[in-house]
Design a protein around this ligand. Structure first.
Ligand SMILES: Nc1nc2c(c(=O)[nH]1)N[C@H]1C(S)=C(S)[C@@H](COP(=O)(O)OP(=O)(O)OC[C@H]3O[C@@H](n4cnc5c(=O)[nH]c(N)nc54)[C@H](O)[C@@H]3O)O[C@H]1N2
Ligand SMILES: Nc1nc2c(c(=O)[nH]1)N[C@H]1C(S)=C(S)[C@@H](COP(=O)(O)OP(=O)(O)OC[C@H]3O[C@@H](n4cnc5c(=O)[nH]c(N)nc54)[C@H](O)[C@@H]3O)O[C@H]1N2
Ligand code: SF4
Ligand SMILES: [Mo]
Length: 743
């Protein structure tokens, strides 16, 4: 039969490209995708889609997408079988481990590993099998400050405070551009529509050195000097105390440290911080009053506030604002999700709390956070004599483009005795590997948002079956086979053993846990009930069934199972609005929300020592609606048209620097230099230049031919790996001092 004769079929799934998790309706005819559009019947995304969502087709059909493993030889890359690829990894790894031990191994996890089931479920066995402390991820170029402040304040580093966008009267957005990014650490498809509705019923205030699309559509935009949000936020908190606006609301008896905070912010009046931040003291005081007076309000900070030297203090101060105005764990304020697949814990407040710095990077001396070392120290841990890393496994990450001072990282990767990259493309990182292992395309795999489900503003579950069947190796199996090689079981061991171990451990842990709905049940009975499924589906079924809405393996017969979700809710199932989680959900050692945890207090002393910044240009980043981080540039419909990778410069600065509107500029920082086309625009404030990240395809050996036709430049050749947010190890990606001259 030709494609023309085949009946079209409809497939529903979530888009795995960003945190918005939009529902897609995909029309397939034979082996062709004929249409992808927003799924109007998805109860959460309601048909919203951005220009990237429909390009799952182009990604699937991309001739540059790798479909078999690659091994690098003296004569270049050769296609290999999976058996050959894993044997090659074992051959190179064994002498490294024999000579240097486990710590010579390193694992690096990138952003897409939270967007595919392989990474979400089987990344863990890889880490366990590796048995190393040299673990890195994109979290330390991103949201680690939020984990740290959440861990210290309510004892749960993974419990993200979600701005209740749909119900709030007042939203303060600090260093985020959800109009373009579609949101981060809050999964809210059609963020633009939600913000428009909010602006019509209340107020949206955006704090950003650039008048972004989000700022343009807000009630008010405040241009702040890059890297100074922490001071400004402390100015707001200062005002709450100074003007007697503090109100702890329902949680008054469950909050500690208020008086200490009053003292900590005493020196940070709006008047004191005005010059540093570039925001008038009267404006800061007015915003604090408005925030406190609103019926409900939420403060939400992201990349611009977090990827700075005091990112954790900024994250903390943001949640101080929420807590001190009775907006913590309140509708319209900050809420917390307990997702359908979340395992249940004890319902009383109190727990083990959150510990930082349990070990240190041997070369950098920086402490671990959540079991990870700072991404910005990756190169140092490879090249410094005190470092240990000789072999590296990179899962869905492109550190040679995504991490700061990336040229140094690229050079360091070349020193490794073994580099394995799991990636569908021959990227700037993969080209330096010894073995590249490609996963299937997104359409050839099932999907469930185990990670982002817990950032949604409703309790919501959705399972996406694969659109195409395939014989290609799924990422689940690739990672399991990697785990077996790393763990010493050998390149030809059966990957099923990894899954069997994983699911058995999950079941054993739940039946042993007093708070679990299957506490005390027979583990073999549970395992038998799961036997209709294999691999990821078995894990999803298990988590759904022991979760809040689950059937608890027969104990709650009306409850959800994977089978029911698939049969009755192909567009996803909405389980209703978020519920209040505190005080029961507070898991600090004191059982209270700790507003002045000791590590934060200590870091405030570091802040106090920072001198007023001198003049000079500062570089900030930006995201393009049509690409994601360091990939998606190989899709022609997304990169054609106007040049996206430009250096935005304010007209006054362009005049002073002698930059011609259509010309090029050389941008120099302490660590590197790039030459980029100039775009003169008053959207950026004077003194600030703006360049997107993730581009830079000119280098030979990157096999992404469409991307190479519009290569752009790599902004992380400019970002510095020396300064860090000490508490979280987060990199500084914004506010980089640079010099700009005409090219
Ligand atoms: N200067 C600057 N740098 C930044 C940022 C910034 O704002 N400014 N943002 C930072 C942030 S927030 C993040 S999260 C990081 C992201 O940086 P990375 O963690 O590097 O993530 P991506 O660039 O999104 O994708 C990495 C690789 O994953 C591959 N990939 C895609 N899908 C899959 C899959 O299903 N499986 C596998 N195995 N691989 C897949 C892609 O081909 C790509 O090569 O970048 C950071 N870097
Ligand atoms: N289209 C698209 N969507 C994406 C991504 C993508 O690459 N492309 N990446 C995804 C990922 S991994 C993430 S983590 C999210 C990120 O989601 P967001 O955080 O919303 O995305 P950004 O565009 O990095 O927004 C950061 C904003 O901070 C501003 N900024 C820079 N420096 C400062 C500063 O010092 N102070 C303040 N107040 N603001 C500052 C920038 O001008 C920018 O507008 O987006 C996700 N969604
Ligand atoms: S906003 Fe775009 S990329 Fe993100 S999930 Fe929705 S369709 Fe996909
Ligand atoms: Mo990110």
């Amino acid at each position: 039969m030709t494609t023309a004769e085949v009946e079209p079929t409809l497939h529903y799934r979530s888009c795995p490209l960003c945190e918005a998790c939009c529902g897609l309706e995909i029309t397939r005819k034979g082996d062709q995708i004929v249409r992808i559009r927003g799924d109007q019947n998805d109860p959460y995304s309601k048909g919203f889609i951005c220009p990237k969502g429909s390009t799952l087709k182009q990604l699937h059909d991309d001739p540059d997408r790798l479909t078999s493993p690659k091994i690098r030889t003296d004569d270049g890359w050769v296609d290999a079988t999976w058996d050959e690829a894993f044997a090659e990894i074992e051959r190179r790894l064994t002498p490294v481990l024999d000579e240097h031990g486990r710590q010579a191994l390193s694992v690096v996890l990138g952003n897409p590993s939270t967007h595919n089931l392989g990474g979400m479920i089987y990344g863990r066995p890889v880490l366990m099998a590796a048995g190393t402390r040299n673990i890195f991820s994109a979290s330390t170029v991103d949201q680690m400050p939020k984990h740290v402040s959440a861990g210290l304040m309510w004892g749960r580093p993974d419990m993200f405070p979600l701005p209740d966008v749909d119900n709030t009267d007042y939203m303060l957005i600090i260093g985020a551009n959800p109009w373009v990014s579609n949101g981060s650490l809050v999964t809210a498809p059609d963020f633009p529509g939600r913000l428009t509705a909010l602006r019509e019923r209340g107020r949206v205030v955006v704090v950003d050195p650039k008048r972004t699309k989000t700022a343009d559509n807000a009630s008010e935009h405040l241009a702040i000097r890059p890297g100074t949000d922490t001071w400004w936020l402390l100015g707001l908190v200062h005002t709450l105390f100074d003007e007697d606006l503090v109100d702890l609301g329902r949680l008054a008896d469950h909050v500690s440290g208020v008086d200490q905070v009053r003292e900590l912010v005493a020196d940070y009046s709006p008047e004191t911080v005005a010059q540093r931040c570039g925001i008038d003291a009267a404006v800061t005081r007015r915003i604090a009053r408005e925030f406190a007076a609103a019926d409900s309000a939420c403060a939400y900070g992201r990349m611009g506030a977090h990827t700075t030297e005091f990112g954790t203090l900024a994250s903390w101060a943001t949640d101080l604002l929420n807590a001190l105005t009775a907006n913590l764990d309140e509708p319209g304020g900050i809420m917390f999700n307990s997702s359908p697949t979340q395992l249940l814990g004890p319902s009383e407040p109190g727990g083990r709390g959150f510990e930082l710095g349990r070990w240190k990077g041997p070369a950098s001396g920086f402490g671990e956070v959540k079991g990870e070392l700072p991404a910005a120290t990756l190169a140092q841990e490879i090249t410094d004599p005190a470092g240990e890393i000789k072999a590296m496994i990179v899962l869905a990450c492109n550190p040679a483009r995504s991490f700061p001072n990336s040229d140094r990282i690229a050079d360091a990767l070349e020193e490794l005795e073994l580099l394995v990259v799991v990636d569908p493309y021959m990227t700037a990182t993969a080209k330096r590997a010894h073995v590249v292992l490609p996963p299937t395309s997104a359409l050839e795999r099932s999907h469930y948002d185990l990670v982002f489900e817990s950032a949604m503003l409703r309790a919501f579950a959705k399972y996406s079956p694969p659109v195409f069947d395939t014989d290609a190796m799924r990422e689940e199996e690739i990672l399991s086979r990697l785990a077996l090689v790393l763990g010493g079981q050998g390149a030809d061991a059966d990957p099923q053993t990894i899954h069997d171990l994983l699911i058995a451990q999950m079941v054993d842990s739940e039946v042993a846990k007093p708070a679990s709905p299957i506490h005390g049940r027979d583990r073999d009975e549970i395992l038998a009930a799961l036997a209709t499924w294999t691999w990821s589906e078995q894990v999803i079924d298990f988590k759904l069934r022991v979760g809040r809405f689950g059937d608890h393996f027969g104990a709650t017969p009306d409850g959800i199972t994977l089978q029911k979700l698939i049969e009755e809710h192909p567009h996803g199932r909405d389980f209703g609005p978020l519920q209040q989680r505190f005080p029961g959900g507070i898991k600090t050692a004191s059982g209270t929300v700790e507003l002045a945890p000791e590590p934060i207090v200590a870091d405030m002393a570091r802040l106090a020592a920072v001198p007023e910044p001198q003049g000079g240009l500062r570089l900030i980043g930006r995201r393009n609606l049509r690409t994601v981080n360091s990939w998606m540039h190989n899709v022609n419909v997304l990169i054609k048209g106007r040049e996206q990778c430009t250096l935005q410069v304010h007209p006054d600065d362009a005049a002073t620097l002698g930059l011609a509107p259509e010309g090029k500029a050389i941008v120099r920082s302490r660590v590197g230099e790039v030459t980029a086309p100039v775009e003169v625009t008053d959207a950026v404030m004077p003194g600030v230049v703006c360049l997107p990240h993730g581009w830079g395809y000119e280098e030979d050996g990157i096999e992404m031919h469409t991307a190479r036709s519009r290569p752009g430049v790599n902004s992380n050749a400019l970002t510095d790996d020396a300064p860090l947010d000490l508490l979280s190890g987060n990199a500084v990606l914004n506010g980089i001092p640079v010099e700009v001259v005409p090219a």
